[in-house]
Design a protein around this ligand. Sequence first.
Ligand code: SD4
Length: 347
Amino acid sequence: MAKLYVLLSLSLSILAISEQKTPIVITTWNFVNSTITAWNVLKQGGYSLDAIEKGTSICEEQQCDGTVGYGGSPDEDGETTLDALIMDGRTMNVGAVAALRRVKSAASVARRVLEHTKHSILVGELATKFAVQMGFHEETLTTSISKRMWLKWYYKDHCQPNFWMNVSPDPSKFCGPYRTTDDFTHKNYDWLPLTKIDRFNHDTIGMVAIDNKGDIAAGTSTNGAKFKIPGRVGDSPIPGSGAYADNTVGGATATGDGDVMLRFLPSFLAVEEMRRGASPTEAARTAINRIATHYPNFMGAVIAMNMDGAYGAACHGLGDVPFPFVVQDISMDQYKIETVNCSWPLN
Ligand code: SD4
């Protein structure tokens, strides 16, 4: 009997080892370098929050496809501003910055908000002041590329497309200052991506990681929407929208048309669906479906992961282009790029 018990528990533990999925990190789009960086933290027994900060920071430094970090997505005034979030699923603590000006390391500033304040989100110029107090360097986020992009939009494209609705510009100009009018001439921006999304036009980095202590963390970093109205805050720094993590369930992160997505807190919804027993894929689909019901033209994706390291994703509005995300877990020798088709039926 004792022998049988030993044998049984041995085979159960072998089963457990072979099914081991954590530590694990998942990352939106194919931001491979960020995934590798986060994985290196996890592999060495590091903390999930460190993996998220380091992984997203690399994307900021490398200006991942121009949509993360400095020198991308200039606003209407030509300035690049940054949004970032970091969430600790062990403590449910959050740090975030939104519309951060003149500081490159948005993810690390978000981490300082989490660790050195009782607040959750700091914004704009005053977030910059906080960052400087925390020892961050202030510098321009404009590059020759972002400057050229803005000059073309302003002078050649006459400030089109833009995010205004029901307004008209000064009659002598193509662009602002705008005034409200019922008889507006500007075309509404109907939540179509400004440019076709392909592998060279990626979006926000969102990451979820579980470390070898079983603690989960999630985070995001982005330079937001191209030619946004100055002061705009997207979904990425909003807890429950850009990302969410809860040690008792799992985590999720989102990318896409942030102004619309943040109205639905898709990351929170995905986590809550998993709490109710949904698989990560089902949970991500529910979150996407909720948005699509109201905004059939929106573009976005959600990736979700439970505490066993099972993960899934859903997306919408990318046309025939599948949505890629990167995964690395303890069972893999190397990261893996997964894709999900966006044309699953919306019911
Ligand atoms: C934003 N969600 O600021 C971000 C950008 C993004 O696909 O992910 N776009 O709206």
